[in-house]
Design a binder for this molecule. Structure first.
Ligand code: NAD
Length: 268
């Protein structure tokens, strides 16, 4: 049994994660951290009243509950503080919160090394298997289609834009592509051509009714290729989150993205 604590437990993703942990045979939900719903029983909130864990706003609760793996789904403004805390207290952490920058990634690597690698970190901007494959296929297609733009579409409560998935897709494409296609940038209305993420145009749509969706559109002579992924329900993220929670204890250091956990064959 892996002892798990969820940070951001009362949020949209946090509640789902708590429920997924609660029903997993090999995981046990022993702590729930959130700055809202403090004192409420998380078990009752997720339909598992047998779980006797009140929501707390103190990270120290993770130590008191002997948490081995923390799972963070909070906010881009607080996630780095949580990661710093987990590393300095030797708690393994799975990070789903988006908005961690490249500087943040470098800082995590340094912290892990400074603290003697007593804990490990898995950080992924998208835990849905289909989204991981979308990014992989996009990286493959980018070798043949240099012209590319991304449209990401999310629910209207999403705290950040562009999405973490769009940013990591750009990085994935850039790993496999030598030159950048910038396309025409003429705008008669500012912003109408989207945002420039490391040389690739990203367009962020925010609407009620959406969950998490992305299209990577490649343009070539007389043809386009569109790779699209849709998370129509937050349950799409749970297998990946649980996979990371199981893997983080034995994967030394920092793992970025779900792809390394899937043991996919190398790209040709
Ligand atoms: P949400 O606003 O519903 O939930 C966030 C929760 O974090 C809230 O309950 C809030 O009270 C809590 N919180 C914020 N600051 C806190 C703090 N300092 N201490 C304790 N609790 C704190 O948001 P959400 O829709 O659940 O999304 C959470 C994050 O997960 C976002 O960054 C989102 O982009 C990301 N996300 C990632 C994936 C993925 O697959 N990696 C999928 C969906 C969402």
């Amino acid at each position: 049994m892996i002892r798990v604590g969820v940070i951001g437990a009362a949020g949209r993703m946090g509640l789902r994660v708590c429920r997924a942990v609660a029903v997993a045979d090999d995981l046990r939900l022993v702590a729930a951290i959130d700055r809202s719903k403090v004192g409420h029983e998380i078990g009752k909130m997720i339909g598992h009243p047998e779980i006797d864990v009140p929501v707390s706003d103190e990270l120290d609760r993770l130590l008191e509950a002997d948490v081995e793996v923390a799972i963070d789904f909070t906010h881009s403004e607080v996630v780095m503080d949580t990661i710093r805390w987990c590393i300095s207290h030797a708690v393994h952490v799975v990070v789903g919160t988006t908005g961690v920058t490249q500087e943040g990634i470098q800082e995590i690597e340094k912290l892990l090394s400074d603290e003697g690698h007593e804990s490990n970190v898995v950080i992924a901007s998208n835990f849905a298997l289909g989204a991981v494959l979308m990014q992989r296929f996009a990286a493959q297609a980018a070798r043949y289609f240099p012209a590319v733009e991304i449209i990401e579409l999310h629910h209207d409560q999403k705290a950040d834009a562009p999405s973490g998935t769009a940013v990591s897709t750009v990085h994935r494409i850039r790993e496999d592509r030598e030159h950048t296609w910038r396309g025409p940038l003429d705008e008669t209305l500012e912003g109408v051509r989207g945002g420039d993420v490391d040389g690739i145009r990203v367009h962020s749509v925010r609407l009620p009714g959406l969950v998490a969706h992305q299209e990577v559109i490649f343009g070539g002579e007389g043809q386009t290729l569109t790779i699209r992924h849709d998370s129509t329900d937050r349950s799409s993220f749970m297998p990946g989150v649980l996979m990371a929670a199981r893997a983080v204890m034995t994967r030394p250091g920092l793992t970025v993205g779900l792809e390394p956990l899937l043991e996919l064959p190398p790209l040709p």
